[in-house]
Ligand binder design. Structure first.
Ligand SMILES: *[C@@H]1O[C@H](CO)[C@@H](O)[C@H](O)[C@H]1NC(C)=O
Ligand SMILES: *[C@@H]1O[C@H](CO)[C@@H](O)[C@H](O)[C@H]1NC(C)=O
Ligand SMILES: *[C@@H]1O[C@H](CO)[C@@H](O)[C@H](O)[C@H]1NC(C)=O
Ligand SMILES: *[C@@H]1O[C@H](CO)[C@@H](O)[C@H](O)[C@H]1NC(C)=O
Ligand SMILES: *[C@@H]1O[C@H](CO)[C@@H](O)[C@H](O)[C@H]1NC(C)=O
Ligand SMILES: *[C@@H]1O[C@H](CO)[C@@H](O)[C@H](O)[C@H]1NC(C)=O
Ligand SMILES: *[C@@H]1O[C@H](CO)[C@@H](O)[C@H](O)[C@H]1NC(C)=O
Ligand SMILES: *[C@@H]1O[C@H](CO)[C@@H](O)[C@H](O)[C@H]1NC(C)=O
Ligand SMILES: *[C@@H]1O[C@H](CO)[C@@H](O)[C@H](O)[C@H]1NC(C)=O
Ligand SMILES: *[C@@H]1O[C@H](CO)[C@@H](O)[C@H](O)[C@H]1NC(C)=O
Length: 440
C-alpha cells in the first residue's frame, strides 16, 4: 500500500519537475547555475564547468540537479547542501564524487543514470531522503550514514545492501524491483513508518537482527528472513509470496493491526512462539506446503477476522479467547478437525457474523452464518449449510485476494514510474541525512 502511495507521489512530483527542468535546459544550461552559492529553488548543471562555478562553496543553498551529457562529475569542496541534490538522466555519467559533503538537508536522489557504476559520498552523515532509482549499472552500495528519514532503492542492479550499519532508525525503508539483489542486512533498531521489500530477485536473504519494532512490515519475494530481536509490529505485518521454507520470529509479541501470511508456496514451518495478540485480522492462506500450524498457541486475541485456508491438518489456537470479526477456516486436509473452532464459536468468542469451518472430508465440514438472536442454535450440520458456507467463503476470499493484487500492481507501477518518468522532486519527502558511497 505504502509502495503505491510513494510511487504516486513520485509520479506527481516528477511530472512538474520534468516540466521545469526541460524548460531550463532548453533556455541555456550554464545560465541556470548562478555564480553565487545560493542557487535557488532549482538549478540544473549540464557540464562540469557549471559545477565548477559552485564547487568552491562550503554551503550551497538550493536544489541542484545534474543532468545531461557529462562523463564524470564532481563537487569537490562543498560540505553542505541546504536543499537537495539530484543526479538525473545523465546518461553518460559513469562516476560521481562529492566526498566533502557531510549533510544534505533535503533529498539525495540518483535516478535514471544508465551507466553509473560508482558514486562516492565519502563523508555524508545526514540526509533527508536517499533515493536510488533505475541505476542499471551500479553493483554495490555502501554508506556511513548516521541519519536518514527515508531510504528508497528501486530498479537497481545492486546485489547487496548492507551499508547502513551506522543508521539506527528511519521512517521508511523501501527496497523493490532490484532483480539481482541477494542480501539485505541492516542494524536498524526502529522503523517508524514502513519497512517494505518486494519484487526483487527471489533469492534475497534479509537480516534485520537489531530491529526492535517497526510500524509496518511487508515482505514479498524474500528467500530468508531473520529478525532476531523484533518484539512489536505496531500496525501491519505481511509476508506475501515469498520463497522461504521457514519463517521464525519467535521474539515477536504483538502485531497491532493485520497479520498476513499468504501465498508462500515453499513454506513448511512457521514459528511465532511468543505472539500473544493480533490487533487486526489474521490471514494465513494459500501457503501450499504448510501442513502444520501449531505455533499460534499463545495468541489470545484477534482484533479482526480469522481467515485460514490451506492444506494444514493442525491449526492450534488453544489460547484464543476472542475474535472480533468472523472466522473462515478452510482446510483441504481430510483429518483437520473443526471441533475446537466450533467450540469457540458456541462460547461466543467469535463475534463476527461469519463462521465457516471446512475440511477436506466432505462429511465433517461445517459452516453457518450466525444470526444475531439465535447464537445458541448455531450448531449447523454439514450438508444443509454447505452452500451457505461456500457463498460466505467466496466473498471472504475475494477481499483478501484484492489486497494481494493491489500490492502487486503497485509495484509494477513503481517500476514503470521509475523507468518512464524522470526528475522526481524527492524533497517532497522531507528532510534527511545520509552518507552514500556506491562503487563497482
Ligand atoms: C528546494 O525545493 C523544495 C521543494 O521541492 C522547496 O521547498 C525548497 O524551498 C527549495 N529550496 C530552495 C532554497 O529554494
Ligand atoms: C538463512 O539465514 C540464516 C542466518 O541468518 C542462515 O543460518 C540460514 O542458513 C539461511 N538459510 C538459507 C536457506 O539461506
Ligand atoms: C511501537 O511499539 C513499540 C513497542 O511497544 C513502542 O516502543 C513504540 O513506541 C511504538 N511505535 C510507535 C510509532 O507507536
Ligand atoms: C500500515 O498498515 C496499516 C494497516 O494495518 C495501513 O492502514 C497503513 O496505511 C500502513 N502504513 C504504511 C505506511 O504502509
Ligand atoms: C509470486 O511472485 C512471482 C514472481 O516472483 C509471480 O510470478 C507469481 O505470480 C506470484 N504469485 C502470487 C500468488 O502472487
Ligand atoms: C519469549 O519472550 C520471553 C519474555 O517475554 C523471553 O524471555 C523469551 O526468550 C522469548 N522467547 C523467544 C523464543 O524469543
Ligand atoms: C493444497 O495442496 C495442493 C497439492 O499440493 C496444492 O495444489 C494446493 O494449491 C494447496 N492448497 C492451498 C490452498 O494451499
Ligand atoms: C493428517 O494426515 C497426515 C497424512 O495425510 C498426517 O501427516 C498428519 O499427521 C495428520 N494430522 C493429524 C492432526 O492427524
Ligand atoms: C487463495 O487462492 C485462491 C485461489 O487462487 C484465491 O481465490 C484466494 O483469494 C487466495 N486467498 C488469499 C488470502 O490470498
Ligand atoms: C534524457 O536524456 C536524453 C539525452 O541524453 C534525452 O534525449 C531524453 O529526452 C532525456 N529524458 C528526459 C525524461 O529528460
Amino acid at each position: 500500500m505504502q509502495l503505491s502511495k510513494l510511487s504516486l507521489a513520485l509520479l506527481a512530483a516528477t511530472a512538474t519537475a520534468a516540466d521545469s527542468s526541460s524548460a531550463s535546459a532548453t533556455s541555456s544550461s550554464s545560465a541556470s547555475i548562478p555564480s553565487g552559492c545560493s542557487i535557488g529553488a532549482s538549478a540544473t548543471a549540464t557540464a562540469q564547468s557549471d559545477l565548477d562555478k559552485i564547487s568552491g562553496c562550503k554551503t550551497i543553498v538550493g536544489n541542484l540537479t545534474i543532468s545531461g551529457v557529462l562523463g564524470s562529475a564532481a563537487l569537490a569542496s562543498v560540505e553542505k547542501i541546504d536543499g537537495s541534490l539530484r543526479l538525473f538522466n545523465a546518461t553518460d555519467l559513469s562516476t560521481f564524487a562529492a566526498d566533502a559533503i557531510t549533510e544534505i538537508t533535503g533529498a539525495l536522489e540518483l535516478q535514471s543514470l544508465t551507466v553509473l557504476t560508482s558514486a562516492s559520498f565519502g563523508s555524508l552523515e545526514k540526509v533527508g531522503t536517499i533515493s536510488l532509482i533505475t541505476l542499471p549499472a551500479i553493483s554495490t552500495f555502501a554508506t556511513n550514514l548516521k541519519s536518514a528519514n527515508n531510504i528508497i532503492i528501486s530498479d537497481t542492479s545492486l546485489e547487496s545492501i548492507d551499508g547502513f550499519s551506522a543508521l539506527k532508525s528511519v521512517d521508511s525503508f523501501n527496497i523493490n524491483n532490484n532483480k539481482y539483489l541477494t542480501s539485505v542486512k541492516s542494524d536498524l533498531a526502529t522503523v517508524s513508518n514502513a519497512l517494505q521489500l518486494g519484487f526483487n530477485g527471489r533469492d534475497t536473504a534479509l537480516s534485520f537482527d537489531n530491529l526492535l519494532w517497526a510500524n509496518n512490515i511487508t515482505l514479498s519475494s524474500v528467500a530468508n528472513v531473520s529478525f532476531a530481536k523484533l518484539q512489536a509490529v505496531n500496525q501491519s505485518l505481511g509476508f506475501i509470496n515469498n520463497s522461504f521454507t521457514d519463517l521464525s520470529v519467535d521474539t515477536l509479541q504483538t502485531v497491532g493491526q493485520s497479520f498476513t501470511i499468504t501465498s508462500n508456496d515453499d513454506l513448511v514451518e512457521v514459528s511465532f512462539a511468543n505472539l500473544t495478540s493480533i490487533g487486526g485480522g489474521f490471514v494465513i492462506a494459500n501457503n501450499t506446503n504448510l501442513q502444520t500450524i501449531d505455533t499460534f498457541s499463545k495468541v489470545s486475541t484477534i482484533g479482526g477476522a480469522l481467515n485460514a485456508v490451506g492444506n494444514f491438518s493442525t491449526l492450534d489456537l488453544s489460547s484464543l479467547k476472542s475474535v472480533r470479526g468472523g472466522a473462515d477456516v478452510e482446510s483441504f486436509a481430510a483429518n483437520f478437525s473443526c471441533d475446537a473452532l466450533k467450540k469457540l464459536q458456541s462460547k461466543g468468542a467469535i463475534q463476527g457474523d461469519k463462521f465457516v469451518c471446512k475440511n477436506g472430508a466432505v462429511s465433517s465440514s461445517s459452516s453457518s452464518i450466525k444470526s444475531t438472536s439465535s447464537a445458541s442454535g448455531s450448531k449447523s450440520s454439514s450438508s444443509a449449510t454447505s452452500s451457505v458456507g461456500r457463498g460466505v467463503s467466496a466473498s471472504g476470499s475475494d477481499s483478501s485476494s484484492s489486497s494481494t493484487a493491489s500490492i502487486k500492481s503497485s509495484s509494477s507501477k513503481s517500476k514503470g514510474a521509475a523507468a518512464a518518468f524522470v526528475v522526481p522532486q524527492l524533497s517532497v519527502f522531507g528532510l534527511l541525512t545520509a552518507v552514500l558511497s556506491a562503487m563497482l
